[in-house]
Design a protein around this ligand. Structure first.
Ligand SMILES: [Zn+2]
Length: 139
C-alpha cells in the first residue's frame, strides 16, 4: 500500500499498488483526506476521486515535461541526463474551478527569461493535444 499526497490540492489517498483498474489507476484503499475542490457531486466514489485528483496533478507535470522537450532554453540537464527546469525560471501553476472541471493556469517567469508568444502557443498546442480544449489557460 502507498499513500499519495497531491502537491496541487489537499487530497491524501491510500492505494493498493498491486491492483490496477481498467483506467490504469491503482485501486484506492482509503481516502485519508478529500480536499474541498474535489468534494463535488460530479465525483462519485473513491476511485473516481483518485482518478480526478491524480489527473489534475499529472496535467501540470506532463505539460512541464513537454515544454522542456519543446523549448530547450527552459531546461538544464541533470546528472542522470534528464531535463529539469532551469533554476532561475519558475513554473507558476494554479487551478481554478472544482470537481472534474478544474482548469490549470500556468506561466513561466524568471529574471533572464522572456515568456514569449512561442511559449504560450506551445502550451496551448500541448494542452489541446494532451488534455482537450479548455483544460489549461496561460496567464
Ligand atoms: Zn483534491
Amino acid at each position: 500500500m502507498t499513500t499519495w499526497h497531491s502537491d496541487t490540492c489537499g487530497c491524501i489517498i491510500d492505494f493498493d499498488d498491486d491492483q490496477i483498474l481498467p483506467n490504469g489507476r491503482f485501486k484506492v484503499r482509503k481516502v485519508i483526506q478529500q480536499c474541498p475542490d474535489h468534494s463535488t457531486p460530479d465525483i462519485s466514489g473513491h476511485d473516481d476521486l483518485y482518478d480526478t485528483s491524480l489527473g489534475d496533478n499529472q496535467r501540470k507535470n506532463v505539460l512541464l515535461g513537454k515544454m522542456l522537450e519543446a523549448h530547450p532554453e527552459l531546461a538544464d540537464i541533470n546528472e542522470a541526463g534528464g531535463k529539469v527546469l532551469k533554476k532561475d525560471i519558475d513554473y507558476i501553476h494554479s487551478y481554478t474551478g472544482k470537481g472534474k472541471n478544474r482548469v490549470l493556469e500556468v506561466e513561466f517567469a524568471g529574471p533572464n527569461f522572456v515568456f514569449a508568444k512561442k511559449h504560450k502557443d506551445k502550451i496551448k498546442e500541448i494542452s489541446d493535444t494532451e488534455f482537450g480544449a479548455g483544460k489549461v489557460v496561460v496567464k
